[in-house]
Design a protein around this ligand. Structure first.
Ligand SMILES: C[S@@+](CC[C@H](N)C(=O)[O-])C[C@H]1O[C@@H](n2cnc3c(N)ncnc32)[C@H](O)[C@@H]1O
Length: 285
């Protein structure tokens, strides 16, 4: 099942390899603390791998979209229907202004968010320092909004899930024996100048990456299996997720990504899917 939103770093294409890294369907609770568009949850749910789920992201405006799609899908569809179609290019900046005026939750917010995600440049989500969404208009010739069937299917897939706005630590801390956690944080940059912090107002620098690795290892020691993705860089393999601390490097896929702001510069970049747990006490250095 395809997600409604385009999201930077979206993992729809890696869902099969992520499922393999878990080894088996989730018998306990599935946690996804860096939810983004929900591409991985939706793919694993469709395969029947997930019964109970906790889905979270630190971006409150994104989380409100998932909540409205889950709880008020008819109203979200009606609000989308009322947004511009043929004249979308002339109306883009009006809709962006209305979005910034609010509301910041509910069906109207969700519809405007989805519309801007499709009409704005490259599906980017970026806010200025005062929290105003400031992405310019996209270069598309046609506006493509997900159809009703897809939005209803996503709503149904979210129906049984707990969806919250939270920092990853409080979410992963809930994982216990038999649970699965998939972590897709903002990636370690490929070069010092390639920094991308556009998802939400919080930075995700090396100390944050290290905090995540520590929290993942603790969850593994409690009996959970944790799968993480990141760029395939020496600092990721050797410092963040080293085999000496119980991490396995289960796959190293090459993925086409738009790594710069220029829409046409999609390049293949190497990523690593790491996994840890369940661990016995003496397995963690
Ligand atoms: C690479 S994206 C996830 C993409 C997702 N896997 C998908 O397929 O769409 C990373 C996400 O982490 C969220 N994020 C950033 N810092 C966070 C934090 N401290 N705790 C939880 N989520 C965070 C961002 O808002 C963003 O949606």
């Amino acid at each position: 099942m395809r997600p409604i939103l385009k999201w930077a770093g979206g993992k729809a294409k890696l869902a099969g390899q992520i499922a393999d890294a878990f080894h088996e369907p989730c018998g306990g609770t599935y946690f996804e603390p860096f939810l983004g568009s929900g591409a991985v949850y939706l793919a694993l749910k469709e395969r029947g791998h997930i019964a109970s789920a906790v889905l979270a992201d630190a971006n409150p405006k994104l989380v409100e979209v998932h909540l409205a799609v889950r709880d008020a899908v008819d109203d979200v569809l009606a609000e989308i229907e009322a947004l511009p179609k043929e004249d979308w290019r002339e109306r883009y900046y009006d809709i962006r202004e209305l979005y910034n005026l609010g509301p910041c939750s509910g069906p109207r917010h969700a519809a405007r968010f989805i519309w801007l995600n499709r009409a704005g440049f490259n599906g980017l989500y970026r806010e200025n320092r005062s929290g105003r969404f400031n992405v310019p208009i996209g270069r598309y010739t046609r506006l493509s909004i997900p159809d009703e069937a897809r939005i209803r299917a996503v709503s149904e897939a979210l129906a049984s899930a707990e969806v919250i706005c939270a920092d990853f630590e409080s979410v992963i801390d809930r994982a216990r024996e038999g649970d699965q956690v998939y972590c897709d944080p903002p990636y370690v940059p490929l070069s010092p100048t390639a920094r991308f912090t556009g998802y939400c107002s919080l930075p995700f620098d090396l100390p944050e990456q290290k905090r995540l690795a520590r929290i993942a290892q603790k969850a593994a020691l409690r009996g959970a299996r944790v799968v993480l993705s990141n760029h395939d860089l020496p600092v990721v393999r050797n410092e963040l997720y080293p085999t000496a601390r119980g991490f396995e490097h289960v796959a190293r896929p090459r993925v086409a990504r738009a790594i710069s702001r220029a829409a046409r510069s999609r390049q293949r970049v190497a990523e690593v899917i790491a996994a840890i747990g369940p661990l016995a006490d003496d397995e963690a250095a």
